[in-house]
Design a protein around this ligand. Sequence first.
Ligand SMILES: [Zn+2]
Length: 362
Amino acid sequence: MNSMETTKHSIGVDLGGTDIKAGWVSSVGDVSCRVVVSTDVETGGPKVVASRIAEAVRQVLVKAETEDIWATPRSDSEEPPPNRVDASETHDEVREIGVGLGSPGLIIAETGVVHFSPNFPGWSDIPLVTYVNAELAKLQPLKKYKPILRGMDNDVNAMTLGELHHGAGVGYNNLVALTLGTGVGGGVVIEGEVYHGSQNTAGELGHTVVEPDGRYCGCGNQGCLEAYAGAKNIVERIQEKIAAGRSTTLAAATNAGTPLTPQMIAEAAQAGDELAIEIFAETGRYIGIALTSIAHILNPQIAIIGGGIAEAGEKLLFEPIRAEFSKRAMDIPAQMKIVKAHLGNDAGIVGAAMLALEGFFK
Ligand SMILES: [Zn+2]
């Protein structure tokens, strides 16, 4: 009963190009002991980043020890840690705690390798898990915990897993997730498992083509969903219309040289600005077109849409998505629900923590 592996607590680490976010995640998906450290990717290579990941984990564990997290289960449904009763007697006993890592880029989940990542220029087939575990081993002795990195995957796959276990996907086992941020990420769950494809590249839903001769995408292709629904692209699309003479309340800001953001566009739309409303309606339409193909290929029960752009909400974004989707999809795949993600800013940490429990490379 003393093995940590029987519990469902873990530490989730969300690796980004600028920051590393980490936190303690309970068996019911609650996050506590959050920390943020800088990634320091400029100052060093992957081993420096690995040491920063270990530092984030160390800070989470220091907080966990200070807050005596085992003594205060965060929910009634949470099982007590197996050796909690013995904690006072066996103070020297060090407990293992699993760590999971979500990283941007093409990740080989089985081996814990970063094949390539746009956020980490020059990285090629980096055995990041090995590096991180070497750095975690250097942290010893922590007073109570022995952290071990047990799982790594692409960050969007991790978020998808988080939504599956603790978010909008609870109760479903076939789903897709879209994250609308700087880029448009995707994840696919088939029969309860994240689908990786034959070479770990499955789930690139943002590169579904929605306009054959359309806007150029960062991937080199034309007309990808990302080229319409990514944050930068939404801004570019409205700027083009402003430049073409369309009137909007946002013109004052652009004329003053203030860079537009999707949030500003959403606020203008909520205040009734016609062009801003049109931009979101168009964005929703493209997402609906992409989801039609996705539903026809995979027949998922639910599509979960998260990321900053999804904050535009029901009226501006989700209604146009559903309208386009129901217009195009065949009757049975059209039963797919389209909902907003539940985990918000915690999605990355919760999802990464789930990777520790899945134990991809145990
Ligand atoms: Zn693309």
